[in-house]
Design a protein around this ligand. Sequence first.
Ligand code: GDG
Length: 479
Amino acid sequence: MPSAGTADLVIVANRLPVDRVTLADGSPGWRTSPGGLVTAIEPVLRANDGVWVGWPGGTEQDLQPFEFDGLSLVPMTMSAEEVKDFYEGFSNGTLWPLYHDVVAKPEFHREWWDAYVGVNQRFAEKAAELASEGATVWVHDYQLQLVPQILRSLRPDLRIGFYLHIPFPPAELFQQLPWRRQILEGLLGADLVGFQMNGGAQNFVRLVRQRVGHKTHRDLVYLPDGRTVKAAAFPISIDAKGFEELARSERVEKRAETIRDALGSPRKVFLGVDRLDYTKGIYARLRAFSELIIDGHFDVEDAVFVQVATPSREQVEQYRILRDEIDRLVGHINGDLGRIGRPAISYLHSSYPREEMAALYRAADIMVVTPYRDGMNLVAKEYVATRYEDDGALVLSEFAGAADELRQAWLVNPYDINGMKSALLEAYAADERERGRRMKAMRKTVLQHDVAAWADAFLLELAAARGAHGKTVRPAKRS
Ligand code: GDG
């Protein structure tokens, strides 16, 4: 067993919560990458002398552990080949489409798998080196599913939790994977395996029974060595209060007005905000909107659609194809339906500061979130958090995890364009009372179940894991 480190809590995630930037004096520095995960985990990290292990992006080598904003960060370097085979390849060309209902065809390449094993091994070794005797290690997401098992073999004294941010697919799809058994065994190294939804936890337990042959009962797996692994759902959320505060700020409120003016003050603004990803259903949603104009339900004076598509995974072939398809569709729609100074769709292929996101949410009357499959979808929850006057409408895919909690949204099947057209039209025409009634209920849910509650619930369950070794994580002090 390698000698223990000093951290009582180790977070292991593919990415560090910071991005590389060039400072004013030209030297390289770091900037916090915006996200709810760091907001939720930061207080727990502080209370436990914790460290965060992850890749800072890029192929820079020789990076040393550093402190940033009071957090201890341990960068894992990656070679250009690992970025290609582990990150773009196995993570985003194999697992991502396979876990999202194969909406794109997953590719299976043995050299991608070898790179996945290698990178998981390195991350596990680093966590083993940093964790104190009996520490808690919390591993995140589909890029690192082998880490729990490797880590357990290196350090049987640890308490290990794993959380999957994306859906865990049904057996019928998962079993296509040539390395299905290795992935399941990798996850079984954890004491607790967390999923967004119950369905994911159930798929996992069923697959373990069928493919690995372990005894299971409800949400528990019994291993031959006497360990028990629990699989359970912990729906993730956002820093709801933080978002609401941002939305209430004068700067954001002013900016929202400016955005509406710049759009030509239409009666209604529709909004979509997504990473440019084929799982998000951007193409079908824009078609549905444009057909409502063609059918004469409204025109560009009445309503415009703002679509923000944040650049994502641009080296992966499928993402390049998608970008071209959306470019072409937006060009067609605007060419056919727009007027001078009035495009039907304002398409922004760019990423923005958090404040601008909040202003966009405030400027939008109807938020349209129509993924074909999504673990949760935080954008839907962020929109709800910013509508502190209980106004605005949310059109939401049934296949986003968020649909389980946000039942009062206008729920749609994203494959059904006519159904989406009806929902968009209903949300467009709904009166203030109807919109208010729905938003009020959704706001209550989002504010109550925020990301801090999510992190606390996971860590509490991990602390209670049956027969697990190790110390217990101290709860975060939250304001
Ligand atoms: C995965 C799962 C699950 C986007 N563009 C900008 C920006 N964003 C922020 C949003 C939101 C986040 O990124 C996107 O989160 P989503 O949940 O919507 O989607 P994924 O990126 O696919 O996330 C998903 C999530 O993990 C968490 O477990 O919910 O199902 O797929 O917070 O606001 N933020 C800023 N500028 C942008 O341009 N600042």
